[in-house]
Design a protein around this ligand. Structure first.
Ligand SMILES: Nc1ncnc2c1ncn2[C@@H]1O[C@H](COP(=O)(O)OP(=O)(O)OP(=O)(O)O)[C@@H](O)[C@H]1O
Length: 428
């Protein structure tokens, strides 16, 4: 099919996403006179997922967390879904942050919406089964409303290609299959999924819990591991103590609550949100708290207007892609000015005001010392060296993970971070 226009209504402008199930394009809608998104799936694909995705998306149109459904259809080569055009997904956004993580305030603001969006999908009778940062995207147009005239929220849940109905025709919970097989994305999948068990509502929330930890810490302890089996090993070893170390206690409570849920249990979404709200309150955030990227945009605008000589550091702070990150690193090293240091520090203070300061760890420090800055150190160092992406660098990490496993350093996330940090230093 020519990707020029579809049904003489949608004019293709650019490709904006590529997933395992299809390609997403930004198109101009001649009828609505605005840009929209089209997800295309080749009809000769063995595994078709778009029909299911369309069906779920239509069922959750009353949710303020769903992308607006516009149209769907089929031509000689593709099935397609036309929907509201959204902005960056949360994985992309996270990578754009100076420390490649979100502040507690932003994590909570997003978290509340993410829990509600999952709740809405569950209420419609579906499990998402692939909860991960790239399956949430920010809304660009804040003026649209649902059919019930409810204002739409800023964070949308997307990609129902792996969804599954968990209720039968009588509205009763379906019985688990003996062997359901792995579903989802290894980094965020629940232990049940690794074990091939039938997933239920609790498993979407387990994935969301891992997302929260990743948002706050920047990485999960298994972020550098690719093999599903090794990820499973590491995930099984990390108890609440290890994963939630140095994070607000509500996350440990959340871990314990999720652990207590049985297969058919309806999660208490309200309770989960109340834990986030409690953190919000305790750490001094309020409705006026801005998202990290809003703070960055404001700061960058004022930097831009204050001096054109600071453009280099502006690029350094926004570092969007891996390629650009290399450039950024060069700029930081090659152009290491006091001004730049001050700008980075000011920006970090603005975005992460309630977390401990990033004091770089002295290499002579005793790694066993219980230091609240352990994970911060790792993130800072990872950030400074964030072009770890070659085969050999990743292999180094995997070797290190093996070593840690062999030593039975089970439950100590911060130890992992220290060792990650040491490993990083060795690599560089
Ligand atoms: N409506 C939309 N507007 C803007 N971007 C979108 C939209 N839908 C999806 N995208 C972008 O395209 C990416 C891939 O989309 P999606 O997850 O639906 O595809 P997929 O083939 O199911 O992907 P995966 O294999 O990663 O699960 C998303 O992460 C998002 O960045």
């Amino acid at each position: 099919m020519s990707l020029a226009t579809l049904k003489s209504r949608w004019k293709f402008t650019q490709k904006i996403g590529q997933g395992g199930f299809g390609e997403i394009y930004c198109v101009y809608d001649n009828e609505k006179k605005e840009k929209v998104a089209i997800k295309m799936e080749r009809i000769d694909r063995k595994k078709r997922a778009l029909a299911l995705e369309i069906s779920v998306l239509r069922k959750i149109q009353d949710s303020p967390f769903a992308a607006k459904f516009i149209s769907c259809g089929r031509n000689s080569e593709h099935n397609y879904l036309v929907m509201e055009l959204l902005g960056d997904n949360l994985s992309t956004l996270k990578k754009k942050q100076p420390l490649q993580r979100f502040s507690l305030g932003t994590t909570i603001k997003l978290g509340l919406q993410m829990i509600s969006s999952i709740e809405d999908a569950h209420e419609a009778g579906y499990l998402h089964r692939d909860i991960k940062p790239s399956n949430f995207a920010l809304r660009l147009d804040h003026n649209i409303k649902t059919r019930n005239n409810i204002s739409l929220e800023s964070c949308c849940i997307i990609d129902f290609g792996l969804a599954r109905k968990y209720l039968d025709s009588e509205g009763k919970h379906r019985e688990p299959r003996e062997e359901a097989g792995f579903r989802g994305t290894p980094r965020y999948a629940s232990l049940n999924s690794h074990l091939g068990k039938e997933l239920s509502r609790r498993d979407d929330l387990w994935s969301l819990f891992y997302v929260f930890i990743e948002f706050l810490k920047g990485k999960l302890p298994w972020s550098f591991v690719r093999e599903k089996e090794k990820i499973f090993e590491l995930k099984s070893l990390h108890t609440n103590v290890g994963l939630c170390k140095n994070l607000p206690k509500e996350l440990t409570v959340m871990f314990n609550y999720l652990s207590s849920l049985n297969y058919e249990d309806c999660p208490d979404y309200k309770y989960l949100k109340s834990l986030l709200i409690e953190m919000y309150r305790q750490y001094g955030y309020n409705e006026k708290t801005k998202y990290d990227w809003e703070i960055i945009d404001e700061s960058l605008n004022s930097l831009r207007s204050s001096s054109s000589s600071k453009v280099d550091s502006t690029i350094a702070l926004t570092g969007t892609t891996k390629g650009q990150n290399r450039v950024v690193k060069k700029q930081i090293i090659g152009n290491h000015s006091k001004d730049h240091d001050r700008e980075v520090k000011n920006l970090n203070d603005l975005i992460y005001p309630n977390l401990k300061k990033n004091t770089p760890r002295n290499s002579n420090n005793n790694p066993n010392k219980d230091n609240n800055n352990d994970y911060q150190d790792f993130i800072v160092h990872f950030k400074q060296n964030n072009d770890i992406e070659t085969e050999s660098e990743i292999n180094e990490f995997e070797k290190m993970m093996k070593m840690i496993n062999a030593e039975d350093n089970t439950d100590t996330t911060s130890q992992l971070y220290i060792d990650n940090h040491k490993c990083l230093c060795n690599i560089l």
